[in-house]
Design a binder for this molecule. Structure first.
Ligand SMILES: Nc1ncnc2c1ncn2[C@@H]1O[C@H](COP(=O)(O)OP(=O)(O)OP(=O)(O)O)[C@@H](O)[C@H]1O
Length: 256
């Protein structure tokens, strides 16, 4: 439970409009260390907009964001990364022509020690070892560390993208519909990965339209509707009917 703990990430009154559409309307959000929170809502409810705002990819009209209790300006994805916040979007943002190791360290390459490093030589061995460790930690079976990821299956690429995010995220990982395009086995693997990430003490926020996955893996569920957070539930105390009711407005607003 979360009593007495400070949220690793908290949002207060986030508001953002696009023209006449109020995508976020004074939304509050919080997630605690080592917690899995599912963000659900119908199409257009504001889920992606909230994730973008909390990962430094979108400017807000108003509201404040706190990281580990201190107010922060997430004015760029780099600012979020520096705090240990990483995001896996649906397009995964992997470079298809690069291999899993190169993707893992893209933009964060390890230089070789000594003079060679100063001349731009990279420590490929160390990067391969650390990548393998990261994949093993999450139970991800990556077919090859040397083939381009563009030729790998959707599930493999998803596993690589999640492992990369988790390797750099010390605080929070956002996963935007991580199981949307996956088969049964791959979905099971991703849900298991989410649990493993949580067990490492990292907080996980995932957007999902799949209520069974939400109930299976989340600790808490936050429901957005028309740009507002309309309910928060402990996953173990709720049901698919209740979640769908909150998403569609069929049940009274409220938070547990
Ligand atoms: N860049 C943008 N320009 C204009 N309108 C936008 C933009 N981004 C989001 N919106 C609008 O804001 C609202 C919330 O969109 P958002 O993508 O956050 O919803 P969502 O809950 O993630 O939906 P979905 O489940 O369909 O992905 C929608 O009405 C959407 O059309």
């Amino acid at each position: 439970m979360t009593v007495g703990q400070i949220p690793i990430l908290e949002a207060r009154g986030l508001t953002r409009s696009f023209g006449s559409v109020r995508a976020l309307d004074a939304v509050d959000f919080e997630i605690y260390p080592g917690e899995v929170v599912a963000l659900i809502g119908d199409n257009g409810a504001g889920k992606s907009t909230l994730v973008k705002a909390l990962s430094g990819s979108l400017a807000l009209d108003s509201g404040e964001i706190l990281f580990a209790g201190g107010r922060v300006d997430l004015d760029s994805p780099t600012a979020a990364s520096q705090l240990g916040i990483e995001t896996v979007y649906q397009d995964l943002a992997l470079a298809p022509h690069l291999n899993p190791v190169q993707n893992m360290f893209l933009g964060r390459e390890l230089p070789r020690k000594g003079v060679a490093g100063r001349f731009g030589f990279l420590d490929n061995k160390a990067m391969a070892l650390r990548s393998k460790q990261a994949f093993d930690d999450l139970g991800a079976t990556v077919r090859s560390l040397t083939d381009p990821v563009g030729g790998m299956s959707g599930g493999q690429r998803q596993a690589i993208a999640i492992a990369r995010a988790v390797a750099w995220a010390k605080g929070v990982v956002f996963l935007d519909e991580p199981t949307a395009a996956l088969g049964v086995v791959q979905t099971k693997n991703v849900l298991e990965t989410i649990r493993r990430v949580r067990d490492k003490g990292v907080a996980v926020v995932f957007i999902s339209h799949s209520m069974p996955h939400v109930i299976e893996v989340a600790d808490r569920v936050q429901v957005l509707r028309l740009g507002r957070r309309v309910a928060t539930y402990q996953a173990k105390d709720t049901s698919m009917e209740e979640l769908v009711g909150a998403m569609t407005g069929a049940v009274a607003q409220g938070a547990k």
